[in-house]
Design a protein around this ligand. Structure first.
Ligand code: SF4
Length: 506
């Protein structure tokens, strides 16, 4: 989500006439987009700001902006600790980046932190803003912002606010626009994608009661004077089509969204992150199984295999419930890859609790996992559990034991692919060897393969690759065939960026 916000901030600035600087020393504006989910975010931010002080001293006209969730949390404190910062803005007003930077250039430092996102403000959703995408073939699409859960280790609800879903039709329009511009792979983004639409039902009820909130996803987005937003489709057939409307349900489900975007011409891969295990519905699993474009990959965060720890984390499920849902997904979706997030050393975690995590991880047979040692995030409930903190050396040892379990299952899963043909979408040449292409399989595994006829194929190329070797984190293979010469042509035909005004001339 944070990287997606960065793309939007870059897009807004380009839209305002800026262009990307070749090096930090040349930049007239430096934006630090912070993420306080990361460990030591405070130290990293203020360390980076300390280093930028010298740049600012040398070029006082250069502007420094701090954005993101740490800015949302620290507010005025950012300028109190680093007086050379010119602009501070948070998670609810990313869309104001260019205006605030312009304001600072004309009138001096500005701190603008909003306490919540305005539901009907189209531009409040990162995806509704211009973007400078890092990839031409792959795009993120924000389907909701915020989170209504209260996991005790997590700062997201405090810094991103309650869940707000984007209207269904607007999302379908956006994906259609992306497909028309050459994008073939999309990742639907949300803190808890499976609860997508829950708030739309509430707003519809509010609307029925005379409340002015927009009706359940029916708000059509108009093109604004600066060209932002999405035009309604010419005919309404797309709008009457969704199953949830035909079924007269009060809200669209995430499964409906998967089906709708998965049917759009040109979209070959639909990914999503992250579903909360407690909200993984049978409808979502059915959509994954039935819509060919939805990739065979499920990221299902476990966090802990101990019911005691899960309760302390306020996760809302038990280990058995988690495994039940995982079994249901594996039974329904052929060849499903599963990844997860696990925290070790949560306050109060005993050796017995941790062994339960090892057991669940072994039973889940994860293809990959993000594993973390618990570290308190200021402002969360878990940060106040200091009397139950697990000694660091114990956490480190548990982390190593868990890593070995995960590595074993990843290696086995990857070795089982040897001899199979994988569809790989090329991301670019390998960093180590430009004649080797690197890409992702539908199951989201990294695949490296040499290009027999010169340089690696273009990013966005779909290739069929026979797997010849496997490690825990990647596959190696031989190119069998290139599938989409046409997609390469589309990528080349994308309109070149309009000429941007150098910042110095603004
Ligand atoms: S579901 Fe829990 S971990 Fe995920 S964003 Fe919400 S509060 Fe944080």
């Amino acid at each position: 989500m944070n990287e997606h916000d960065s793309e939007r901030i870059a897009g807004l600035l380009e839209d305002d006439g800026y262009q990307r600087a070749g090096a930090l020393e040349e930049a007239d504006v430096m934006v630090l987009n912070t993420c306080c989910i990361r460990e030591n975010a405070d130290n990293k931010l203020y360390g980076a700001l300390g280093r930028l002080k010298a740049v600012k001293a040398e070029r006082p006209d250069a502007l420094i902006a701090v954005a993101g969730c740490l800015a949302q949390k620290d507010r005025e404190l950012v300028r109190e600790r680093a007086g050379h910062v010119d602009v501070v803005f948070g998670t609810h007003n990313v869309h104001r980046a260019a205006e605030l930077i312009d304001h600072a250039r004309r009138h001096g430092p500005v701190v603008e932190i909003l306490t919540e996102t305005v539901r009907d403000d189209v531009e409040a959703f990162p995806s509704a803003l211009p973007a400078r995408r890092e990839s031409e073939h792959s795009a993120w699409v924000t389907i909701q912002i915020g989170c209504d859960n209260s996991c005790t280790f997590c700062i997201v609800p405090a810094v991103r606010g309650p869940e707000i879903s984007r209207p269904f039709g607007e999302l379908v329009d956006e994906v259609r626009d992306l497909a028309a511009s050459g994008v073939s792979e999309i990742t639907l983004l949300g803190q808890n994608v499976n609860s997508y639409g829950r708030d739309l039902a509430l707003s519809r009820r509010g609307s029925a009661n005379g409340n002015s909130a927009s009706a359940a996803g029916n708000s059509r987005v108009n093109v604004t004077s600066n060209g932002r937003g999405h035009a309604p489709a010419d005919d309404d057939s797309w709008w009457c089509g969704p199953r949830w409307l035909a079924d007269r349900r009060a809200r669209p489900l995430f499964a409906d969204l998967l089906r709708a975007v998965g049917e759009i011409d040109g979209i070959r891969r639909v990914r999503f992150t992250s579903p909360h295990p407690k909200d993984l519905r049978a409808e979502t699993i059915a959509a994954m199984a039935e819509v060919p474009a939805v990739c065979e990959h499920l990221h299902l965060p476990l966090q802990s295999g101990s019911d005691t720890v899960l309760r302390a984390m306020q996760r809302g499920y038990t280990a058995e419930r988690y495994l039940e849902r995982l079994r249901a997904a594996r039974e329904a979706v052929d060849d499903l890859a599963v990844s997860t997030d696990i925290i070790v050393g949560f306050p109060g975690e005993t050796e017995h609790d941790f062994e339960q995590t090892l057991e669940v991880a072994a039973e889940a047979r994860y293809d990959s996992a993000f594993t973390f040692i618990f570290s308190p995030r200021p402002g969360t409930a878990a940060a106040d559990m200091g009397d139950r903190f697990v000694p660091h050396e114990v956490s480190v040892s548990r982390y190593e034991r868990l890593r070995r379990v995960i590595e074993r299952s990843s290696r086995l899963a990857n070795e089982a692919r040897i001899g199979r043909i994988e569809e790989v979408v090329v991301e670019g040449p390998s960093k180590k060897d430009p004649s080797v292409a690197t890409g992702r399989s539908r199951r989201n595994t990294l695949v490296h393969f040499p290009s027999p006829d010169g340089p690696a194929p273009q990013p966005g190329t779909y290739a069929r690759v026979e797997v010849t070797a496997a490690a825990a984190n990647f596959l190696r293979g031989e190119l069998v065939s290139i599938e989409n010469a046409q997609a390469q042509a589309v990528a080349h035909s994308i309109e070149p960026a309009r000429r941007l005004i150098p910042v110095a001339a603004v």
